[in-house]
Design a protein around this ligand. Structure first.
Ligand code: MN
Ligand code: MN
Length: 470
């Protein structure tokens, strides 16, 4: 035994790796390049519908074609299934028999936001507003006094679908929620963060000029909803829609603007909706670039994760099972065997350790930005409630894949055990008898209108999924 303490420590202790150190100049340059494509993608894909549209563009550019249930498939086929324009599954049929299992990666493409209510336009004291119903877990105070854009779709009485995007082009107007001036905020400041803003208080300012004509000039004293009229007239002129049509609409207010590099070193990206498009983009690219793989690979853009994964576009729906069943039938495989032998990476973000708020993290089990993609054995809250707790065998299997490929990865929990919690789609995929584990990119200010990620972590996520699909 001639080992020094230093050597022995190196051999026996775990130590976190820096992606910068492991990747070197060339790898980091590749990470920045990959991040450019990502930023372009999320600049356009702010809702699940837009993510599906942009995802399909990328898939079609890589030779994918639409799949319909019942279609025959063969080795080498590159297909995608568009589920109601809100979720998406892309797959490449591998050489191996399907019964050896499918490599599945699943991210969600919905993000917290302010949905418009079905009766949304109203006027008060000369201002026109939109009533909202928030979607997902937001901290309400973060959504006041920032520029907001409107995104979504309106289905007209005759069934025609109209796309609406206002607030993203340079010349577009934007919208906002106002806040009190500090001079008059004495009472509001006494309230808790939680109570300072109410759901019903999140009304979006959308106009203030009353409608008037020469024959029918504005009488400044009459509260006759002329501002509301002007707003609906604008919608009608531009989109040929009426207030009735807004009942069959999905319109949402999201933070306006493009992703931006953060830091003098441009090492991070600030943007709306990294959760979870920072995982959706790498899983899509890792499947899109596959040519004639050994294993069948599938990536999923799921909807409704932020509200619990219910509904026919969420991961609790039958769609995944149906697709696997149909592919199995088409390829002469037993679907039960296919599912039992499949392996899934539930690709969702992790909470990055934030040195500004160390009190909520347990440092030994925290995700550090810049130290690679995060493998998370379990999520949930309190005593591991509501989680897919991946087996040690599954962790071992995935760990081997990453280590063999030289992927920089780390493992983490969300934060301190008693501090809170959260979940992902992992448990719903595991329900199908599929070994599943969470893997994602660490994020700062998760669920805020402007979230932060590290480019190298995004790149390690991509490298992890490439290795996983091999
Ligand atoms: Mn998420
Ligand atoms: Mn989330």
């Amino acid at each position: 035994m001639s080992e020094t303490v230093k050597e022995l420590k190196k051999a026996l202790f775990y130590s976190k790796k820096s992606a910068y150190e492991s990747e070197g100049e060339e790898g980091v340059a590749a990470a920045y390049e990959f991040a450019r494509g990502y930023a372009e993608f999320i600049g356009k894909a702010k809702t699940e519908r837009e993510a599906v549209i942009e995802g399909i563009k990328i898939l079609e550019a890589h030779g994918f074609r639409p799949y319909t249930l019942g279609m025959s498939v063969a080795h080498g086929d590159k297909l995608y299934y568009n589920n109601r324009g809100k979720s998406l599954m892309a797959f490449v049929i591998g050489k191996e028999p399907l019964e050896r299992g499918i490599r599945i990666s699943a991210a969600h493409v919905d993000s917290p936001r302010l949905d418009l209510k079905q009766h949304t336009v109203f006027e008060n004291t000369g201002f026109g507003y939109l009533k909202t119903h928030y979607y997902g877990g937001i901290r309400k105070y973060q959504w006041a006094t920032i520029p907001l854009a409107l995104h979504g779709v309106v289905i007209k009485a005759d069934g025609e679908s109209v796309n609406v995007t206002i607030g993203e082009d340079e010349g577009d107007p934007v919208f906002c929620i106002t806040d009190l001036l500090p001079h008059l905020a004495k009472d509001q400041s006494q309230r808790t963060l939680e109570a300072a803003f109410t759901g019903e208080g999140l009304n979006i300012l959308i106009g203030s000029r009353p409608y008037a004509t020469e024959e029918d000039p504005y009488d400044s004293c009459s509260p006759d909803e002329r501002v509301k009229l002007a707003i609906l007239k604008y919608f009608n002129d531009k989109y040929s829609i009426t207030e009735n049509d807004l009942i069959s609409a999905e319109l949402a207010a999201v933070p306006a603007g493009k992703p931006r590099d953060i830091g003098l070193d441009r090492a991070m990206i600030g943007a709306y909706g990294h959760d979870d498009r920072v995982c959706a983009y790498p899983i899509l690219m890792a499947v899109a670039e596959l040519e004639s793989p050994e294993k069948t690979a599938m990536c999923i853009f799921a909807d409704k994760e932020e509200t619990g994964s219910q509904g026919n576009t969420g991961m609790q729906s039958r769609v995944l099972a149906d697709i696997i069943s149909e592919l199995s039938r088409a390829l002469g495989a037993d679907e039960h065997v296919v599912r039992a032998n499949s392996l899934c990476l539930s690709a969702d973000v992790a909470a990055g350790f934030d040195p500004n708020y160390p009190e909520v993290f347990e440092t030994k089990n925290s995700a550090i930005c810049g130290c690679g993609v995060v493998l998370t054995k379990f999520t949930g809250s309190r005593g591991k409630s509501s989680t897919n707790d991946a087996s040690a065998e599954t962790v071992g299997r995935v760990r081997r894949i990453f280590d063999e490929a030289g992927v920089v990865w780390q493992t983490a929990e969300l934060g301190k055990v008693d501090q809170g919690g959260g979940g992902t789609v992992a448990m719903f995929i595991a329900d199908h008898n599929i070994d599943t584990i969470d893997l994602g990119v660490p994020v700062l200010s998760m669920h805020a209108p402007f979230e932060v990620i590290s480019k190298v972590d995004l790149y390690e996520a991509y490298r992890a999924h490439v290795a996983f699909n091999k």
